[in-house]
Design a protein around this ligand. Structure first.
Ligand SMILES: Nc1nc2c(c(=O)[nH]1)N[C@H]1C(S)=C(S)[C@@H](COP(=O)(O)OP(=O)(O)OC[C@H]3O[C@@H](n4cnc5c(N)ncnc54)[C@H](O)[C@@H]3O)O[C@H]1N2
Ligand code: MOO
Length: 635
């Protein structure tokens, strides 16, 4: 067997950061540069900036009116108005005009009685400096306008220009080398062949670097070849301030990064007690920080935020605002190990006045969990997790105001949830739909615990043959509930195109490879019902234990995953270009507490269901009926 980097020891996150930053600070040199003020937005001052000019530059009129000598207005009153003559006693001025000797006060046009073009009457005396902005009232030449380490905002640009400053010295944007490695990697745009993986991380890193004020310097993909990786790292270190080497960070036989970095420089840390992101490498080569990030996108992102961002901030001279921490109730039990600090991506919604966090997929390769997340629940290394319903700290990634206007849906999955999520903010600006797919039963349980506004459900009551209502009565015996009617949809068996196995119905499933849905999913309840009717036991079906989380995930397993059949909706089969054997029609509705029907965004949701846009979109997908969409049944 080839050599592996088996490492059993990991360093706690804070210790790793502290040791690395101490070393980095000692070795890097911070560059600064002078740039035009009007292109300095977001940059950080390298030194204090002092005004070159005063503002205003001269004594200036603050109002439209006339400039006078204050002493000549003495004695004027309502009873004894005073007559003033142009040229002799006053000069007409506009706001901003210079006021020169002998004038020392301004009277507003509204306070004048015009007798003729050259004569006015005043009814009150004025004091010197009345309505005059003196030289340097706002800015005095030589005064400090901005301190060092200040991130420049639009208002700062205004003040600098007003103070006569055209160039400003700022921290230079660090150039960040990005080196993707891996023989199996291909650049985006190239059609992947078997076993190839699109290098999506480099694009994400480049965007992060830009967002945090650096300049990305991207290298082409380097194959798993020790010499090539070494030469590329040397090149990057010679031209960049900071270098990221992506993947090859862990224990694989072709994970060369750490060996290359050990040869070229010093590896301070390999392996941190963080999940995801454990195999991160923190090194220094030729006085430059070099960070090896793991290949899995979520690990790479979490490590970037934790270890790369603070290094970029050292170069840019200022820390970016940390994301706010909020208390939330966690909706599912979260078990975590004492071996690491864990970052669990969560969806967050406000239900009945409290924030509720629902954990998303925890896998390090689940990049879409980063896209769906409203935040992250951080479980400290010394904690073994949280029980459902416990208070947790969540770092919010989305503005709280937006979270407040989000409908939280937990339950069964259907493609219409995607249509609605897309349609809602279009029809009702500011309203969002967040849906978590856990199956019908688990959704109703979440609704019961007050963790969702709505629970999409399709549960067949075997006795009555009626969908959903019986379950609501049973699960919420003493609560006033309602059902917002959704769609009727065709359920069936999704099979490979052309149905090569000649499957006609559930009776043909024994002998085929099947993919099931998770326990409590309505689709699984339907399968069990049909199996019972057909007198087939679950053990007779190969793959009964294989659980797909959504219709689309089940369809994907049939398409490419070595599975012959899975139960699902027509629209998913159509979207994946599969053949479809209809087994029946069912009703997909939304359970809700009656008191929540009046919430403004729930009213918007009901209207969206009734909208023409929704109906035509659903019709296009096929296999749905929308006659009852948006109707309310009180239970
Ligand atoms: N025996 C062990 N195996 C693994 C361990 C371990 O401790 N012992 N650690 C696991 C952990 S944790 C992680 S995280 C990964 C890290 O893997 P590597 O950094 O070595 O990355 P690769 O194996 O080269 O790639 C893994 C995977 O990542 C994706 N990837 C890679 N590069 C990119 C890219 N540029 N863009 C998008 N995605 C990328 C891809 O799916 C690769 O298959 O190791 C575990 N293994
Ligand atoms: O560190 Mo790995 O990122 O846990 O999957």
């Amino acid at each position: 067997m080839e050599k592996r980097n088996l490492y059993l020891h990991t360093t706690p996150v804070e210790e790793a950061k502290e040791r690395y930053y101490r070393a980095v600070k000692e070795c890097i040199s911070i560059r600064t540069e002078e740039i035009p003020v009007d292109r300095s937005l977001g940059r950080v001052t390298a030194e204090a900036v002092y005004a070159r000019l005063c503002s205003p530059l001269f004594n200036a009129s603050a109002m439209d009116g006339i400039a006078v000598e204050a002493k000549k207005t003495r004695g004027a009153s309502e009873e004894h108005p005073l007559v003033l003559r142009r040229g002799e006693d006053f000069q007409v001025v506009d706001t901003g005009d210079p006021i020169r000797e002998p004038y020392d006060a301004v009277i507003m046009a509204e306070d004048l009685l015009e007798i003729d073009e050259d004569t006015v009457q005043i009814m009150a005396a004025v004091a010197p400096w009345n309505h005059i902005r003196p030289i340097g009232e706002d800015i005095v030449a030589g005064e400090m306008l901005l301190p060092g380490h200040h991130r420049i905002r639009p208002v700062d640009i205004g003040v600098l220009l007003g103070g006569g400053i055209l160039q400003v010295r700022v921290h230079a944007s660090p150039s960040v080398g990005i080196i993707p490695t891996g023989t199996e990697m291909i650049p985006p745009g190239q059609e992947p062949e078997d076993g190839q993986i699109i290098d999506s991380n480099s694009g994400m890193f480049a965007a992060l670097v830009q967002q945090y004020g650096g300049e990305p310097d991207r290298f082409p993909i380097i194959h798993d070849d020790y010499e090539k990786i070494r030469e590329t790292v040397k090149e990057a270190v010679s031209r960049d301030d900071l270098v990221i080497v992506n993947a090859g960070s862990s224990a694989g036989t072709e994970d060369y990064t750490v060996h290359v970095l050990r040869e070229l420089g010093e590896v301070l840390i390999h392996g941190v007690a963080i999940k995801p992101g454990k195999p991160v490498i923190l090194a220094i080569v030729d006085h430059k920080p070099v960070i090896g990030l793991p290949g899995y996108p979520v690990s790479a992102y979490i490590d970037f935020e934790t270890f790369v961002k603070p290094v970029i901030e050292l170069f840019t001279g200022s820390s970016l605002k940390a994301r706010p921490l909020e208390q939330a109730v966690i909706s599912k039990r979260l078990v975590s190990s004492l071996k690491h600090k864990e970052y669990v991506r969560v969806k967050v919604g406000e239900v009945n006045g409290r924030l509720v966090a629902s954990p998303l997929a925890r896998g390090a390769a689940a990049a879409t969990s980063l896209v769906k997340a409203d935040g992250v629940c951080i479980i400290d290394q010394n904690l073994e997790g949280y029980e459902a319903g416990e208070q947790v700290q969540v770092e919010l990634w989305r503005p709280k105001d937006e979270i407040r206007h989000t409908i939280v849906s937990v339950g069964s999955h259907d493609l219409i949830m995607d249509f609605l999520a897309d349609l809602l903010p279009d029809l009702f600006p500011g309203v969002h739909l967040s849906s978590t797919h856990v199956g019908s039963m688990a959704g109703l349980m979440a609704l019961k615990r007050g963790e969702a506004h709505i629970a999409p459900t399709h549960l067949l009551d075997e006795e009555t043959g009626v969908y959903n209502i019986a379950y609501l009565k049973r699960i919420f015996p003493d609560r006033e509930m309602a059902l917002i009617k959704g769609v009727s949809r065709i359920q069936g068996l999704m099979v490979k195109k052309g149905n090569p196995k000649g499957i006609r119905g559930v009776e043909d499933l024994p002998g085929c490879r099947y993919a099931n849905r998770q326990r409590g999913a309505g689709t699984r309840v339907l399968l069990d019902h049909l199996l019972k009717q057909a007198g087939i036991r679950p053990e007779q079906i190969e793959g009964y234990e294989l659980e797909a989380a959504t219709h689309m995930a089940a369809a994907a397993l049939v398409k490419d995953g070595g599975v012959d059949a899975a139960m699902g909706i027509y629209a998913a089969a159509k979207a994946m270009d599969l053949s479809f054997i209809e087994v029946g029609e069912e009703e997909y509705d939304f359970a809700i507490e009656r008191k929540n029907l009046e919430l403004p965004f729930i009213q918007d949701f009901i209207q969206a269901l009734q909208s023409e846009q929704f109906k035509s979109r659903v019709k296009e997908a096929g296999g749905y009926g929308t006659e009852n969409a948006g109707k309310i049944i009180l239970i």
